[in-house]
Write a protein that binds this ligand. Sequence first.
Ligand SMILES: [Zn+2]
Length: 59
Amino acid sequence: MSDEKDTTTALPQSCVRCGALSLLRVVGRCAACIGEMGLSYPPDHKAWRDELTREVRPE
Ligand SMILES: [Zn+2]
């Protein structure tokens, strides 16, 4: 009785913001974009934070 699917494969996926392939993404954005948004694009960073909050806490 083992019908568990293996979903642990880590494949690089494109960042929705800059399009770069990245293994480390949070809500679609790569780590580089997250850092850049935090430093230079506060509105983008806030939008990303809001998305993250919704994803973690759907209410
Ligand atoms: Zn990016």
